[in-house]
Write a protein that binds this ligand. Sequence first.
Ligand code: FAD
Ligand code: DLZ
Ligand code: SF4
Length: 511
Amino acid sequence: MILRLILGDQLSENISSLRNANKADDHILICEVKSEATYVRHHKKKIAFLFSAMRHFSKSLEDLNFNLTYIKYDDVNNTGSLFGEVKKKIDNNNFKKIVITMPNEFRLYSEIIEWENKLNIPVEIKEDDRFLCTTEDFNTWASERKQLRMEYFYRNMRRKYDILMDGDNPIGGQWNFDSENRKPPKDGLNVPKNYAIKPDKITTDVLNLVEKNFKDHFGDLKPFYFAVTRQQALIVLDEFIDKRLSMFGDFQDAMIEGEPWMFHSHISFYLNCGLLTPLECIKAAENAYYDNRAPLNAVEGFVRQILGWREYIRGVYWYKMPDYKEENYLEASRKLPEFYWTGQTNMNCLKQCINETKENSYSHHIQRLMVLGNFVLLAGINPDEVHNWYLAVYSDAYEWVELPNVTGMILYADGGILASKPYAASGAYINRMSNYCKNCHYKVNLKDGKDACPFNYLYWDFLIRNENKLRNNPRMGLIYRNLDKMNSDKYETIKSDSNIFLKHIENNEKV
Ligand code: FAD
Ligand code: DLZ
Ligand code: SF4
């Protein structure tokens, strides 16, 4: 008799902890607990999504005749923690061991490895083989290299899984078609409506529960339209392949006011909690290419996100943890401005992205990276503050994927393990890739003064402030040579505009 614990992001029928389960004897435990629901103040939609998906998943396991205990958040005897619920089960039954699939956060892993001693029962932690690269394989690859460049990792994964390959060569003769991607948005672009699911009884119950118990958490609970079952998540994937994939590459980096979903897939929520598997998403896109339903630049771009970036990010997380969480290479120390929680800012790009995050618990990659991320990088916000925000607000956020994106990709806090240079940009980039600047209080073409776009002077101020850490980076040479050409008046104006702006955000004044 084995106790098999399934976590909220392990909602896959083929999860390793369920393999070879004896339906007559073994027992499955799934629990909604306060410790997991509040270790950061998760967005209300994120909690509702996960609780509803967990309840639907447990029903599907019961339909397969598994013995299962499901602990609801408001059950009177809910102890509030995974340990408490496991202990209760162990104390009241005669289990010979606990089986669990490797949790995806170091925090929980460190806790679970203590259970064997605390509970005096063997705890078997199985590999999470839903990922396409084992942590062991990643560690071997990483330990043989000085620089961990995603592109080389990705090429190995393409070969290993034989995706978009023509023998030993990439289809189309290139590994990467980014030069054809990343077009600015154009007028009249027809973005398909996103797929919205009507809440059923289970979801409605969960929405009431979240409304009552998580009032003070960030974000809009309703309208709620996420998929909460595997069948529904498969429809989201199909809709993406049919309606959006063909334009995914071209407009991957484009941002349009009022269009939060663009041509992205919106499957990260489902991939990360187990309702979809990475390989089925990759194969669906690859097949669309072979059937002439989507061009190669779009399909390769999408495949790279999942087979490349997603696996690579997870590899870096486990390779570098726990030290990775402490990294602060640029010694950034400012607090996150209050407007990241309220959207109350005159900077239109930030206002749009924050309000969409509040509404949908989603924003697409370039909004996370080049608007929200670019700002916290330039403004020198402390990595912990940024990390807590990103982990709380997005429904796809778990530390394994959020932390390297924040620490490595947006903040350069790891000193260049993940990105070869900081993703810093002035307002010109945002203006090129979006229509946000048209409706902004600030003028993107002005470089200094109170009406100038703050990204413009903060960009140079960032380079000046961090010169001793960045100047010797070969990829930053040209930028620093431009800075060297700047006359002293200009230099002083940048410093003064930036100091005034940064003081405003420190004092919580509206910017
Ligand atoms: P699409 O653009 O359609 O891409 C397809 C899939 O590729 C995604 O679903 C995702 O699984 C994968 N993917 C793409 N980029 C990345 C990446 N950089 N890292 C890992 N997977 C990637 N993604 C998360 O899943 N959870 C997070 O908590 C998260 N935090 C992020 C924080 C920051 C600061 C940044 C810059 C990126 C973050 N990402 C995170 C990556 C990416 O922004 C999201 O995966 C993507 O926006 C999800 O939307 P989508 O499903 O429509 O993605
Ligand atoms: C994110 C989350 C939330 C909000 N609630 C629960 C929960 O009540 N029970 C649970 O088992 N898991 C939850 N999760 C997901 C876990 O936090 C996740 O499994 C770990 O962070 C490891 O990735
Ligand atoms: Fe953002 Fe600057 Fe454009 Fe305003 S002008 S939307 S602050 S980039």
